[in-house]
Ligand binder design. Structure first.
Ligand code: FB9
Length: 500
């Protein structure tokens, strides 16, 4: 069909300057989409035709309109249902689904009337012998896009208005196409070769091929891949801030962690609610780890059960089996613990500044802003004689670089830090105070079993990557930022990220 139509379009163009797709549909009694398909296939040939889109308003019959075009108008069918001797209105209403509207229109048209002279119920009588079903005729003309003669124009508009009012026709805009000869018009177009293939070279068939000229002005094709996700852009900004502040990134490339490093090493008791399956993802394979430094493990066991270092401990029977359980780490503080242990095992202590930005997993209740995982950002500073003032100072400096100049600290609780503080900042963009994260000084029961000197204090703070990213990009539902259903244009078209 398309092949035949393309040839017919080309020969039509050969005789005339311009053709309109909608006219071809009528002349050739074929579907408009078939004509459009043939036009599109001719556009594959370079400059054979020139095509211009022409939006056209067209009248289309509604389903009811099509029914009338096929079976006659309701008023005509009601008129034809009235016998010469007349009929009661109740009987007439049984003559069809549209008898009621048909009766009213036939009465309006003066085709029928009510005879109340006879005894009993009034009878519907014909008032004329024959009628012409103008409605049906007009709908058929409209369905065939028949033009009207000039003098009927006003009458035609009036009738069209009536048909629209009865919802028998509706106006819709279709895209028609104006087609003209292109600069390379020909009745026998052929595809120009775009690639010189090894087969052409081997057979020398290239000598007779017509190659498409190279277009050296063509813009390159935008690569579909290689876009940075907004989270990764914000991560790069945070990483830069830490590096500027002299922090070294921790190796956080292990999502699986033992409960020992994730909880026990942080002096988090084995009965703590955060350690049960409601809050933590436990692995079934490998279900446990067993490679821990023996002497350190003994000190951890002891400090949990009996205390030490001035602490009374939790006074419970600490079990290694609990510590051996493998989990998906619930915080990157597990990695901080590993590094601080290594620091404590060194012959000489030296101050450090560590940071991490990586995924953590919590068996959370999912909602608009929480998934079962998020990226934790953590800063850690270990030095002799640090104070809470140093912690507030380093947090201030960090958030200053993020444009947050007004901070407030609120006392809080963490199992592994004392004192602990929640961090709040006034967000100029949101014009409100925003919870920024949490912080604290690691407890001696955590640090001293690691072998760190008694005067070494370790301060730390944490926040998430998702929260600032959602604020920055104005995203309310975290599923629009992360997950299988995000709109990739968010990734491909989001602006570069400047946090300040
Ligand atoms: O990111 C958070 N808020 C935030 C951060 C930045 C921001 O904008 C930037 C400045 C421009 C805007 C908001 N929060 C922490 C606070 C809330 O979003 C909170 O509802 C969600 N929190 C997560 C935990 O939720 C289960 C964010 C995540 C969080 C909280 C605490 C820590 C880490 C991540 C921590 C810690 C810590 C404490 C002591 C020692 C070591 C680590």
């Amino acid at each position: 069909m398309t092949q035949n139509l393309t040839e017919r379009i080309l020969s039509k163009l050969n005789e005339t300057d311009i053709i309109l797709s909608i006219n071809l549909q009528e002349q050739w009694k074929c579907g408009h989409q078939d004509v459009v398909g043939a036009i599109k296939s001719l556009q594959c040939y370079e400059n054979v035709i020139d095509v211009k889109e022409v939006p056209l308003k067209q009248l289309k019959l509604t389903d009811e309109g099509n029914g009338i075009a096929k079976n006659g108008s309701h008023e005509y069918n009601v008129f034809m249902s009235v016998p010469d001797e007349g009929i009661t209105q109740a009987e007439l209403m049984k003559s069809g689904a549209h008898a009621k509207i048909g009766f009213s229109k036939a009465m309006q048209a003066g085709w029928i009337g009510l005879d109340k002279s006879a005894p009993g119920a009034p009878r519907v009588m014909k008032k004329t012998k024959d009628v012409v079903d103008e409605i049906q005729k007009l709908l058929i003309d409209i369905s065939l896009n028949k033009d009207t003669s000039e003098e009927d124009e006003k009458e035609y508009e009036k009738k069209k208005k009536e048909l629209k009012k009865r919802k028998l026709i509706a106006e819709e805009t279709i895209m028609a196409y104006e087609v003209r000869k292109g600069t390379s018009f020909t009745l026998s177009p052929h595809k120009q070769e775009v690639d010189l293939t090894p087969e052409m070279i081997a057979t020398r068939s290239w000598e007779t091929k017509d190659f498409k000229p190279l277009n050296f002005d063509a813009m390159g094709v935008m690569p579909t891949g290689g876009y940075l996700h907004p989270l990764l852009k914000i991560r790069a900004e945070y990483r830069q801030i830490f590096l500027e502040m002299g922090f070294t990134e921790m190796p956080t490339n292990n999502f699986v962690e033992s409960s020992f490093w994730n909880f026990d090493a942080l002096f988090q008791p084995q009965q703590h609610p955060a350690r049960d399956a409601h809050d933590t993802f436990f692995l079934s394979d490998p279900v446990s780890s067993s490679n821990f430094p023996d002497d350190y493990l003994a000190r951890v066991k002891n400090v949990h059960s009996h205390g030490g270092y001035g602490s009374q401990g939790y006074k419970y029977d600490w079990k290694i089996e609990e510590a051996q359980k493998n989990i998906l780490r619930t915080h990157t503080t597990a990695v901080s613990a590993r590094l601080l242990y290594k620091l404590g095992q060194m012959k000489e202590f030296h101050p450090v500044r560590y940071f991490s930005i990586d995924r953590v997993f919590r068996n959370e209740t999912l909602d608009m802003t929480h998934l079962a995982e998020f990226h934790q950002i953590e800063g850690v500073v270990a030095d002799r004689g640090l104070t809470l003032g140093d912690l507030m100072g380093v947090i201030n400096e960090f958030f200053q670089k993020l444009g947050m100049t007004q901070l407030r600290f609120k006392p809080a609780y963490n199992p592994y830090t004392e004192p602990s503080m929640e961090i709040f900042g006034f967000h100029d963009g949101l014009k409100k105070w925003v919870e920024l994260g949490n912080s604290g000084i690691f407890r001696p029961e955590m640090l001293l079993p690691m072998g760190l000197p008694e005067d070494v204090v370790v301060i730390a703070w944490g926040l998430s990557l998702e929260r600032p990213t959602m604020i920055k990009y104005g995203i309310n539902n975290i599923r629009d930022l992360i997950g299988p259903k995000i709109n990739l244009s968010v990734v491909q078209q989001n602006p570069i990220c400047r946090l300040t």
